[in-house]
Ligand binder design. Structure first.
Ligand SMILES: [Zn+2]
Length: 407
């Protein structure tokens, strides 16, 4: 099956120059050619991208997807209050069918905003039935997802998830040594390595018993680890994590709101590291990566007094996110051999070649996301999701939200 995206302003990523009037030719989900005239004579579906900017699909490296129905219910919740209510009471009230619906809503809102890959920190994976419901919701949406199993003690279920191939694959979401025991964290990391899947951990860094140097001393740091937040990271933490190639993700819209601190983005890039971006939760943040990109851009220009390039944040939301999830060989840029995860952004037909990536970061939002492809399949076309009625799913999920909050 061929799909041709024609005459777009293509932002390939990876430092490659922008192509102001180029085609992207896709065959069986894989990008096979990029450039002027690349799709001439192609046989399949044609998507006219005239006047549109074509960028790689956005990669959300940390998102509690099943919280979608609870959007906006925690604008003033501190972290302890969030843990008590959302994690302690609302999510445990989800039945498997609720998990499917909630996850579907979160995934559809992500796709609507141009997020084509998400790491789902899936709290509901407490029974195999709930795990199946997470996978079912993500699969029904058509998003590329890595499901972080949050009960690594249930080894059979983790193994079952880790064996998955295709668009929805598995990972281990470990409480880590700051929130759980050291022994469990070591077990989780070793289990993930045995299964060949990533392991992701919430971590603040620093602290009286600093975990990053301890993980380093135990030989546990590596590129298959993805640490999230790190708002209290020390200089030593930063150096150790960058040197070991550990994935680092920040959620700049959520962290200051819940009292974690400011996102440590620039501290890692100053040290030569790459940082990925995350939505994290929607109880107090919007379900898109445009706002995190802009939030970091503004903070970095204030912090450094320099004109940090806007386009560098698009790289954070695409190629660095792909690398953080161990998927840089498949997604994150627009190049032959990569899977065709793409979004077409409108409203910027007038920008000069070489400035479109920065223009997207500085000014775009979900409303400019016109068309989205995941693995070569169109999941949003001309501003509307394909095969799903987002309003209807939201209405159904609103009933779920009312019920679990009353429970
Ligand atoms: Zn989180």
């Amino acid at each position: 099956m061929q799909v041709a995206i024609t005459n777009g302003h293509v932002v390939p990523g990876a430092g490659a120059p922008e192509l102001p009037a180029a085609d992207v030719l896709v065959e069986d989900g894989v990008i096979v050619a990029v450039g002027a005239g690349a799709a001439t004579g192609s046989a399949g579906e044609v998507i006219d991208a005239t006047g549109l900017v074509v960028v790689p699909g956005l990669v959300d490296t940390h998102h509690h997807v099943a919280q979608a129905p609870l959007r906006g219910t925690g604008a003033d919740l501190t972290l302890p209050a969030y843990l008590d209510t959302v994690i302690g009471r609302y999510l445990p009230a989800y039945r498997p069918q609720d998990v499917r619906l909630a996850t579907l809503l979160g995934a559809l809102e992500s796709l609507d905003a141009g997020i084509t890959t998400v790491l789902d920190w899936a709290e509901p994976t407490k029974t195999p039935e709930h795990t199946d419901a997470v996978v079912a919701g993500l699969t029904a949406a058509g998003i590329r997802a890595v499901v972080g199993h949050t009960a690594p003690g249930d080894e059979d279920d983790v193994r079952r998830l880790a064996a998955r191939t295709g668009l929805v694959t598995g990972a281990v979401a470990s409480l880590g040594p700051e929130w759980g025991t050291w022994e469990q964290a070591v077990h989780d990391i070793e289990l993930a390595r045995e299964l060949g899947v990533p392991v992701t951990i919430h971590a603040q860094g620093g602290g009286a018993d600093p975990v990053v140097p301890r993980l380093h001393a135990a030989g546990l740091l590596g590129p298959d680890l993805l640490l999230v937040h790190l708002n209290a990271a020390t200089d030593e933490d930063v150096q150790l994590l960058v040197a070991a190639g550990v994935g680092v993700a920040v959620s700049p819209c959520v962290e200051p709101l819940m009292g974690h601190g400011t996102a440590p983005y620039g501290r890692f890039t100053d040290a030569g590291g790459r940082v990925a971006l995350a939505v994290d939760v929607v109880i107090n943040a919007a379900p898109d990566l445009f706002e995190p990109m802009r939030d970091v851009l503004r903070a970095e220009r204030v912090r450094t007094g320099r004109m940090v390039p806007a386009a560098s944040l698009l790289a954070a939301a695409t190629e660095h996110g792909a690398a953080a999830l161990g998927m840089a060989d498949r997604i994150g840029t627009i190049a032959p051999g990569k899977r065709a995860d793409l979004l077409l952004v409108d409203g910027l037909s007038h920008v000069e070649p070489g400035t479109a990536a920065g223009a997207v970061v500085a000014t775009a939002g979900p409303a400019q996301v016109r068309t989205v492809l995941v693995d070569g399949h169109v999941v949003k076309r001309d501003g509307r999701l394909v095969g799903h009625d987002l309003d209807a799913v939201r209405a159904e999920a609103a009933e779920l939200a009312v019920r679990v909050r009353a429970a």
